[in-house]
Design a protein around this ligand. Structure first.
Ligand code: PLP
Length: 445
């Protein structure tokens, strides 16, 4: 197909036509196969063509595909919300359904703002986020995100958000500092920023527990999120954990923050929630937030046509059932060790792999020109895009990013394979990735 009527991401190239998916594999009409090493963009947690999810969707569509939430609720929405709330940390009471990650962030921002209006603190108007982060592409979510490349041309349209430093141990921890001291330094910076804006003027701090799209599976340092939670509590500020990419089992626990032992006020989820079978996201809400709205206006001033879509909820519920029934969180934790070991064996001595990091089945490689100095490749060379191309040519999908962080451009490769991947397939993934990185580096001028 040389050209199509679909406006693709690139207006110059038409991607191959995907026609079939089975397990960790995607196929085109010519029978070419790709190992889905990134689950698309950390979406396909159960791989492709899972019969239990397909069956649940069929059954739901047969009965009722959609009913507008201005009139009705539905069984799958109610059951899914209960499951997400029961499994969430703290005292969660509600799940607010949307159709994807950006919508989840928009809803969380508005809910946080409305909460303060409801409790008589309408002077709170500021959001704080981190420079190295991605929270979505709608204008509100883009404003919160800290990726310069994505924001640049839209900056005049974006609300003013204060950005603090990322938690980026590989690049920013001083040599004479422990990881805990580094965490404390970042928490102090957050507190200073809050005080500068006015402690009673801030609505929320929004952060990804494990940074995905902008920095390749970057986990926090010990104590970082505990410190953040304490500072938010000290000034009555809400904490929004954006788990759109890292949530729903991707890091080995259903919610990534479980491993930080904190309770965010709002958690946004999407991607793995529906596993790609349907577009769905959600905001998981702590009871005190929902209570304030219930006792106040009794109404969340928000809404989209497709919120709580019955078929999307049925698909997501089926995904959650498979994760529970097939004990997939345990499988993610086991396979994490296999993936880590293979990555370390293959890349820890590699002259251009500066850092290997991640949790669960969520791993990133940071590519550098010089391991000793951590110098990045010239951004104009687009090394990450070359790796993606070379991997694709070898039947492997990986998620590349060349994020500009604090004026520095780095090349990252993100891996997020389906939870059902086998050890042999992990081996194949790492082998193909190694060949792709090699070819990409050799292709540099
Ligand atoms: N938040 C995070 C952490 C993400 O990684 C993404 C997408 O990559 C989003 C929000 C936006 O989600 P969506 O693309 O579904 O709108």
């Amino acid at each position: 197909m040389s050209s199509t009527y679909v406006m693709h991401r690139s207006l110059r190239n038409t991607p191959p036509v995907a026609t079939r998916g089975k397990g960790v594999w995607l196929y085109d009409a010519g029978g070419n196969a790709w190992l889905d090493g990134s689950g698309g963009a950390a979406v396909s947690c159960l791989g492709h063509g899972h019969p239990a999810v397909i069956d649940a969707m069929h059954r739901q569509i047969d009965q009722l595909a959609y009913a507008h939430t201005g009139f009705f609720t539905t069984e799958p929405a109610e059951t899914l919300a209960q499951r997400l709330v029961d499994d969430a940390p703290g005292d969660a009471s509600h799940a607010y359904f949307v159709s994807g990650g950006s919508e989840a962030i928009e809803a969380a921002l508005k809910m946080a703002r409305q909460y303060f209006v409801e409790i008589g603190q309408p002077q709170r108007t500021h959001i704080i986020a981190r420079r190295q982060s991605y929270h979505g592409n709608t204008l509100g979510a883009l404003a919160v995100g800290g990726n310069e490349w994505r924001r640049q041309q839209f900056a005049p349209l974006l609300i003013d958000v204060a950005h603090v430093s990322p938690c980026y141990e590989y690049r920013d921890r001083h040599e004479n500092e422990t990881a805990e001291q580094y965490s404390q330094r970042l928490v102090r910076e957050l507190e200073d920023t809050i005080l500068k804006l006015g402690a009673d003027k801030v609505i929320a701090f929004c952060a990804e527990p494990i940074v995905g799209a902008t920095a390749g599976a970057l986990p926090p340092t010990p104590g970082y999120f505990k410190g953040v939670r304490e500072i938010c509590d000290k000034y009555g500020i809400l904490l929004i954990a954006d788990e759109v990419m890292c949530g729903m089992g991707r890091t080995g626990t259903l919610y990534a923050v479980e491993q930080e032992d904190i309770v965010p006020d709002l958690i946004t989820i999407a991607k793995g929630l529906g596993g790609g079978y349907q577009p769905i996201g959600a905001v998981v809400v702590q009871k005190r937030i929902a209570d304030a709205m219930q006792k106040g206006t009794g109404f969340f001033q928000h809404g989209h046509t497709y919120i709580g879509h019955a078929t999307a909820c049925a698909a997501a519920l089926a995904v959650q059932n498979v994760i529970r029934d097939e004990n997939l969180l345990e499988r993610v934790r086991q396979l994490s060790l296999v993936l880590q070991q293979e990555l370390r064996e293959r890349f820890s001595g590699h002259p251009h792999v500066g850092d290997i990091r991640g949790r669960g089945l969520f791993f990133g490689l940071e590519l550098v020109k010089d391991r000793a100095t951590k110098q990045v490749f010239d951004p104009a060379l687009q090394l990450h895009a070359r790796v993606k191309r070379e991997a694709f040519a070898r039947g492997l999908m990986v998620y590349p990013m060349g994020g500009t962080i604090d004026g520095r451009q780095g090349d990252h490769i993100l891996l997020a394979p389906p939870f059902i991947i086998t050890e042999n397939e992990i081996d194949m993934l790492v082998q193909r990735l190694a060949a792709a990185i090699q070819a990409a580096i050799e292709s540099l001028p």
